[in-house]
Design a protein around this ligand. Structure first.
Ligand SMILES: Cc1ncc(COP(=O)(O)O)c(C=O)c1O
Length: 330
């Protein structure tokens, strides 16, 4: 089913899981998700999101969701009940710091779901469509989900969401149960086709894997030279770089922005990079060089000065932007 965003794709997945048991005549509706997950910003998807800050202002929460610790199979086993319809997971928790699920955990979740007749929904809105070096991240785990959601990379910037499922689970929706005016519109579908052509004709996955190997290798070297980097994690071109407590991810983000590099600050000391899948080694090297330059300076300067440097770098960027805007106006 095609929709227009990741949240919509997840809404359809949640409805599908509930509908599947409704049409089977089984009173199951509950969906178990992970703490620190992120599934979108609509009412059902914030209810699925295991982070209170996204739900609190919009209470009361939509009922029927339960949260368990990520990567803890025992806690999941304890949470399952006769009401459980599905387990919904990101294989790499992207929004909360790029935390990959362990192989044993995902294999264990799949086994548990099979044994208990529970559906496994995999949210691949961020990890799908080549981001982790495979077309879908679940391929890295040797399992198959019952329902999978996609969005971000699917349209190469044009809004598309997609909810996919097995034939068995497709019985969870009858004609008219779900729909979308713009879902599957010709513009979005054309963009999606172009993205798929790029994968098939240009062997995009090999490129992703090559750039990824280069970035992990170089970040590994940086980690040896700069102990302020405590961990580099992720897969493919979804990478989290965690720094020592006290090093502000926000400041690093601003400093990198001053150097013309866009990253996101997640949590207090982690930055996330998710470069375009077509990034070249030369471009990846620019990032490594800029990060190295900042880390070198940081070694010399005390942290308080780093904050001052960051705000001056931000002002410098704003000045440049003003200048470009004026030039464009002229
Ligand atoms: C894993 C995951 N699921 C769902 C969403 C929501 O997607 P959208 O912003 O397209 O609604 C996101 C967005 O960041 C995401 O990372």
């Amino acid at each position: 089913f095609f929709s227009n965003s990741g949240a919509e794709a997840n809404e359809a997945a949640i409805k599908l899981a509930r509908g599947y048991f409704y049409y089977k005549g089984e009173p199951r509706y509950e969906i178990i998700t992970a703490k620190m997950s992120f599934h979108g910003r609509t009412l059902a998807t914030i209810a699925a999101t295991g982070q209170e800050k996204f739900r609190k202002p919009f209470a009361p929460d939509m009922p029927g969701f339960k949260y368990v610790e990520f990567n803890d199979l025992y806690e999941l086993e304890q949470a399952v009940s006769g009401k459980t319809a599905a387990v919904m997971l990101e294989l790499i928790q992207g929004e909360s710091g790029v935390h990959p699920a362990s192989q044993e955990y995902i294999k264990g979740v799949r086994k548990l779901c099979n044994e208990m007749g529970i559906l496994l929904i995999v949210d691949e809105v961020q990890t799908g469509v080549g981001r982790t070096g495979r077309m879908f991240c679940y391929e890295n785990y040797g399992i198959t989900p019952d329902i999978m959601t996609l969005a971000k990379g699917l349209g190469g910037g044009v809004p598309i969401g997609a909810t996919l499922c097995t034939n068995k689970v497709a019985t969870g929706m009858k004609i008219g149960d779900h729909g979308s005016t713009f879902g599957g519109n010709p513009l979005a579908m054309t963009a999606g086709n172009v993205v798929m052509d790029q994968f098939m004709d240009k062997d995009l996955l090999s490129k992703v894997n090559n750039s990824s190997a280069y970035l992990f290798e170089e970040l590994g070297k940086l980690m040896k030279d700069y102990p302020s980097i405590v961990q580099v994690r992720g897969m493919g071109l979804l990478i989290g770089i965690e720094f020592q407590t006290g090093i502000s991810a926000k400041i690093l983000k601003e400093k990198l922005l001053g150097e013309g590099i866009l990253v996101s600050a997640i949590g207090s000391s982690t930055i996330r990079i998710a470069p375009p899948l077509i990034i070249t080694k030369t471009e990846a090297k620019i990032f490594i060089d800029k990060l190295k330059k900042i880390l070198k300076e940081q070694k010399k300067r005390p942290l308080q000065e780093v904050a001052a440097y960051a705000s001056s770098a931000k002002k410098e960027t704003e000045k440049k932007e003003d200048h470009i805007e004026k030039e464009l106006e002229e």
